[in-house]
Design a protein around this ligand. Sequence first.
Ligand code: CA
Length: 698
Amino acid sequence: MQLKTWITTLALALSLAACQKPAEKTAAAPQGVDAARLIAADTNGEWLSYGKGYSEQRFSPLTQISAENVGQLGLAWSAQFDTDRGQEATPLMVDGVLYTTTAWSKVYAFDAKTGAAKWAFDPKVAGQKGFDACCDVVNRGVAIWKGRVYVGTLDGRLIALDAATGKPVWTVQTTDTAKPYTITGAPRVIKGKVIIGNGGAEYGVRGYVSAYDADSGNMVWRFYTTPNPTGAADNAASDKIMASRVSATWFGEGWKESGGGATIWDAMAYDPQLDVLYLGVGNGSPWNHLKRSDGKGDNLFVSSILALKPDTGEYVWHYQTTPGESWDYTATQHIILADLNIGGAPRKVLMQAPKNGFFYVLDRTNGQLISANNYVPTTWATSVDLRTGRPIENPAARYANAPSLQMPAPFGGHNWHPMAFNPKTGLVYIPAQEVPFAYTNAAEYAYRPGAWNIGLNFLANALPTDKAVMAGLKSMIKGELIAWDPVAGKARWKVQHPYFWNAGVLTTAGNLVFQGTADGRLVAYDAKNGTKLWETPTGTGVVAAPATYMVDGKQYVSVAVGWGGVYGLSQRATERQGPGTVYTFAVGGTAPMPAFVAYRMAKLLQGVSYDPAKVQAGTLLYVANCVFCHGVPGVDRGGNIPNLGYMDTTFIENLGKFVRKGPAMARGMPDFTGKLSDDDIDSLKAFIQGTADAIRPK
Ligand code: CA
C-alpha cells in the first residue's frame, strides 16, 4: 500500500476507533462503614462506594448546591498528583476523609474539607505492566469497609489498607502474573466480601470475577465467564452453569488459545433486598467471532449482564446484549438499579447503555428484557427483538467477506464513563458518542501470547481515502450528553460537545447534572432541560465522574481530573496537559486554581536521515509495537503519551536508547531489548521521519 494511503487510513481508523433527607453528620470513624451504612448510602448525602451506593445511581439528594446558586461555585481546594496519565477514579468520602486513586493504582487520603493530605499509598506497579493495559494505566477507585480501604492494582493485586494510616493489612494476587491480566476497576464490598474482576481481553485472557473475605483476604468464590479451554472443571462457582449451558455455545479453537475474553473490568451493582450481585461482562477474545469461535455460537457470557448470589457466586440469570459478539461491544458499561413505573406498574429494573448503542431496561428479578431502544445510531443492528431479546443484525456487520463501516466503533456509543440516574427527573444522563469504524477481517490471524490479539486488520485499506468522504466521516463524529427517558425509551434533551470521549456524570436533587469535558472544563447543567448553568476550566481533559458529599453542614463537589483512557493515550482535545488533580468545589469557594500547563510538543519532525526502502518494514513494526500508544506520527498530535512525529530530531535519531531499557520505562514505556534489532530501529526511524515528511505541507 502507498504510504500516504496507509497513513490516512490508519489515522482515520485510530481517530475513529479512536429522597430522603441527607444523613446527619456522624462522628463515627470509618470503622462504622458496615452493611447497613452502605445500603443507606443509596439515599443519603454520603458517597461510600464507587457509584455512591449499591444501586450505582450516582444521584445525591443533597440540595445545598442547586440550579439557583451553582453559578457561585468556586474552588474550595485542590491537590495535584505525580502523574499526567489518565485519572478515572470517583473519590469516596467517609467521615470527613476523601479517598481516591490515580493512574498506576496509587491511593490517596485527604481531609475532605481542607484538602490536607492524610496519607498516600503507592503499590509500586512496575512501569513495564503498562504494556498490558490496552486503555491506559488507570484506576477507578477504592472500596471501604470497617476501617479498611481496598484497591485493585494494575498488576492484579487486591490490597487491603488501614483506612487511618494507608498501611497495607493484606495483599492477594488475584491473577496469573504470567498472563496479561490487569485491574483498573473499583472493588465493591458486599456483606464482608470484596468483589473484584479484571481486564485484558484485547491481549488474550479468560475472564472471571472473585470474592475475597474482607478480613483475611482468603478467596471465598470465583466465577468464570468462559469455558475452561482444557475442558476440565474449575472447581469454581461457575462449574454447573458451564457444563449445562455455557460450553455448548463455543466452537472451534481460537478461543482456547486466547481464553475467550469476557472480562469483568468495570460495572457492578447490588440489590440488598433480592440479595443479587449484577456484573457487566466484556467483549470476546479475539474480537473477531470468525477467529474466536468459527463464526458459530453465542459464546456465553461474552457481552452479557450476569446476576450472581454474592455469598457463593451461584448463577442466578444472565442477559446477553450481543450474542456472538465480534466488535468489542462490551457489556461492562455502568449498570444502574432503579424502581421505575412502567406501563402503570412498579418494576425493579436494571439499566445499561453498553457499547453496542442500545439502552437496555431489564427486570432485575429475572433478567427479562423490558425495552432496548438505540441511544445512538446503530448501523450493525436495526433493533432488538423484544420476544427473543436478540438484536436484529445487519448481515454485513460481521465483516466476513468485506469490511463493514459501522456505528458504534470499538469506542462504544458509551464507554466506561459513568452515567447517572435522577429519580426526580426520571432521566438517565449518558456520556455518549457517535464514532464510525471500519471492521475488517484479518486474512491471516495467528495468536501471539501477550500481544494484541483481536483478529481484525487495522491496516487494510478499509476506509475511503477520498478527502471529501473522509471529511464526511469525520463530521459524523459526535460527543454528547444525552438525557434519556428510560420509560419512554427516548432522549429528552442532548448537549453536543466539541469532541467525543467526555467525562462521567453526577446528578443531584438540586436539579443539577455535572459533567467534565474532553476539552478541559467541568460544567453544570439544569437536570430538567440541559441549560448550561456554570462551568470552570480544569487545565486538562476530564474523563472521570464527580462525586458530591456533605461535611460539617457544607456540600462539596469533587472530581479527579486527568486526560487519558484508550482515546486519550494518543489524542487530545486541549492544548494543555496538567498533572492529575483532584478539584473540590463549594458555593463561595475562593481557592486559586492551580496554574495550567501548556502541552509540550516540538515542531513536525525534520532531518532524521533514513533509508526510504525501510519505510515499509518500519510501518509493520510501528503498527505492531508503537501505534496504540503513540498514534500516527505527525498525523495525530499526542495525548498523554507523546506523538513521535513531534519530537526533537535528536530524540528520534537516538531512538534505540529509548526503546531498550530507556529512561521512560518507569512511566510505562516497554523495554524492547531482544525484541527490536538495530535494523528494526532503523526501519522505525524511517517510518517515523518518512511519515512526517509525507504529511508536511508542501
Ligand atoms: Ca475491549
